[in-house]
Structures are given as structure tokens and as C-alpha cells.
Design a protein around this ligand. Structure first.
Ligand SMILES: [Zn+2]
Ligand SMILES: [Zn+2]
Length: 367
């Protein structure tokens, strides 16, 4: 079968992959669509400390074709979104509804594929850039058949990462304000989740001025062009300390929440500077493992500000993904509009170029 393999130095479209049979708790999914996320490009650039060669892709949706004999919640023919968390289901974190903290969800790679007789690793316990993949039962979330699989695919990473940060990691309250740094596949989902939560000032920031229309379509109330404006000053003017003063004592004024979808040191610094008293920066973007950021200690103690990280929207897939699909079916969140362009899997390089150049917010590969 066809797929995209990173061999440790280069990435290639191949034909001739084989897949092992499912174990008792495994599910074989025929991938219909798979989103291209920044993490895939990082993997293709060898930036992750994971083994290769491996089949790329971690944001997929498809149809169940075969299940192990202990799998009870899905059956062949079911449409599913694949979550990358191959959580154990039994540890204290899993029992507490926090599978992103399950120790089994990292470094759990295996070699379910072969290519010309050579074992090939999976990536992020998913490997969605193949015609078929094998995942754990807990990773498969059943969805209604009428949800387009090209839209559903994005839920598996970008959508839950952005929306989950708002729903689970932060505690955004009705009427609060938020700044969202980076209007990409994740940032758009932060924006629309903020709208669902009832945030009334949602400020989108990007260095591409053409992202303004998209940000506003998803619920942003304001847009700041990071190339043109001083971002911290502009956020302060939108959320002043009082009617006379833009920034008050201890840098008061600013937003209640700042979502950093970029994780670049300058962006994280600006995010902290943009907070009102008691505000929190939520870092969602993934940066290099040794990249450092800096900020002013005084901002934290004065007054009660904080910086927190968020992995994969801190989601519990079987709780959060059905909720997101329900919101979509009710028209409260947009999924179809997230798909900037679809590409037949053979044209994966065009999707990579589009994402890297910023012309494609989210490209989806189809099989
Ligand atoms: Zn666990
Ligand atoms: Zn991703």
C-alpha cells in the first residue's frame, strides 16, 4: 500500500508498505483523509527524538476495516477520528480524565509496517499518511457518517489542540478577554473555542495581514498585524486599565488570557507583557527542546499572573471529540472552513510547501 515515509534524512512517497495484523485491542483504520500539521514537518526535518524510518502523519480520520477480538466500541464500517493518545486507560491520570498525563502516551513507538522487508516505525502512535494504519482501540472515536472525513481529520490534532486549550487547560469565563498569537490551524480553533466560551474580546495576532478575514470569520473581534503594529501597545489600547490610562500600575490593563500558538521567545515575551493582573499565558506551540524564553519576574508576582503549557488540548478524546462534533453539527464551530485545500496523497510536497509558505493554513491529504 501507499504512504509517506521519513527515513531519517529524507521523506518519500512510497508504494509497497505492508501492515501487521491487529492485536486483541487494536483497530485497523482505512485512512480517508489526513491533515498536514507543523509537527509533521518537524518530524520530516528530524527535529523529534523519535526513531526512523517511520510512516508520517498524526491527524487522521477514516473507516474501521478490522478490529481485534477484545475491541467492543467500534466495528468495521464505523467512521472514526484517530486521537494520537495511546493511553493505557488504567493509570491514575487516565482514571482522572487526564490521559495527556498518562506515561504510556510518550515513547510508545512500534514497528507495525514493513517496506521491502524492512520494519518501519509508526509516528505519534498514529501514522495517518498511509492507506491503512493500526492504532489502539482507545484512540478511535466514532463519529456520525455524515461528517465529512476531510474535516474530521483535522479534529485529531489541530482542532483538539486549540479548542482543548480553551475548554480544558484554561478556565475562560464569559465576558473575559483573550489574545491569540498565531492564526494557523491551532490558533483558529483557539479563537472559535473562545467564542463558544463567551469571551467578548478576542484579539487575533499574526504577521500575515491577510489572516484578518479568516480570524474574524472564526470569531475574532479584533486583528493586530504583528509586522505593522507594536503588539503589546495595540493589545493595551484595546483592553485599557481604565478610561484614562492604557496601562496601570504593575502593567495592569491587557487581556485575561494570552494563547501562544507560536512558541517563539519574542512571542511568549509579548504574551506575558499583554496580560492584565491575574492573567495567564497558555503556551500551545511546540518549540525546539532547548529553546529558552525570558520574561520579567515582576509580571508574575505583580499581580498573580502565570505561564502554563498545554499538550494536545489536555483532552480526554472520548469526552472532548464527541462534544466538538456536536458543536460542529449545531453550527457553533467551523470545521469545513478549516480545510484550506485538499491534495491527493501523492502531492504531499505541495501541501508541505503551502504550509511552510503560509499560503495554506491546513492542507488535507486524501487517499
Ligand atoms: Zn494511563
Ligand atoms: Zn499536530
Amino acid at each position: 500500500m501507499r504512504g509517506i515515509v521519513f527515513d531519517g534524512t529524507k521523506t518519500e512517497f512510497v508504494d509497497g508498505l505492508t501492515l501487521r495484523a491487529p492485536g486483541p485491542r487494536d483497530v485497523i483504520v482505512e485512512i480517508a483523509a489526513a491533515g498536514l500539521c507543523h509537527s509533521d514537518i518537524s518530524y520530516m526535518h528530524g527535529l523529534y527524538p523519535v526513531p526512523s524510518p517511520g510512516v508520517c502523519g498524526h491527524e487522521g480520520a477514516g473507516v474501521v476495516v478490522e478490529v481485534g477480538n477484545a475491541v467492543t466500541h467500534v466495528e468495521p464500517g464505523d467512521h472514526v477520528i484517530i486521537a494520537t493518545l495511546a493511553a493505557c486507560g488504567f493509570c491514575d491520570r487516565c482514571a482522572d480524565g487526564h490521559p495527556t498525563g498518562c506515561r504510556q502516551t510518550l515513547a510508545n513507538w512500534s514497528q507495525p509496517f514493513t517496506l521491502d522487508g524492512e520494519p518501519i516505525y509508526n509516528f505519534a502512535a498514529t501514522s495517518a499518511f498511509a492507506e491503512r494504519t493500526v492504532v489502539r482501540d482507545v484512540q478511535c472515536v466514532k463519529i456520525p457518517d455524515d461528517v465529512p472525513l476531510t474535516s474530521a481529520a483535522l479534529v485529531g490534532c489541530g482542532v483538539v489542540t486549540g479548542m482543548g486549550a480553551v475548554f480544558n487547560r484554561a478556565n475562560v469565563k464569559r465576558g473575559q478577554s483573550a489574545a491569540v498569537f498565531g492564526v494557523g490551524g491551532v490558533g483558529l480553533n483557539v479563537i472559535q473555542a473562545l467564542k463558544v466560551q463567551g469571551a467578548t474580546t478576542i484579539i487575533a495576532i499574526d504577521t500575515e495581514s491577510k489572516k484578518e478575514a479568516l480570524a474574524k470569520q472564526f470569531g475574532a473581534t479584533h486583528f493586530i498585524d504583528g509586522n505593522r503594529d507594536d503588539v503589546v501597545v495595540a493589545i493595551g489600547e484595546l483592553t485599557p486599565w481604565n478610561t484614562e490610562l492604557v496601562r496601570g500600575p504593575f502593567n495592569g490593563g491587557g487581556v485575561n488570557w494570552a494563547f501562544d500558538c507560536v512558541a517563539n521567545p519574542a512571542v511568549t515575551f509579548n504574551a506575558l507583557e499583554s496580560l492584565d493582573w491575574e492573567g495567564t499565558v497558555v503556551v500551545i506551540g511546540v518549540s525546539g527542546q532547548t529553546t529558552e524564553f525570558h520574561g520579567l519576574y515582576g509580571r508574575l508576582t505583580q499581580v498573580d499572573r502565570g505561564i502554563i503549557g498545554c499538550r494536545y488540548g489536555t483532552i480526554s478524546p472520548h469526552r472532548d471529540i464527541p462534544k466538538i462534533i456536536e458543536l460542529y453539527l449545531r453550527g457553533d464551530v467551523l470545521l469545513d472552513e478549516l480545510v484550506s485545500q485538499t491534495f491527493p496523497v501523492e502531492q504531499w510536497e505541495s501541501a508541505v510547501q503551502g504550509l511552510e509558505s503560509g499560503t495554506v493554513a491546513r492542507g488535507v491529504l486524501t487517499f
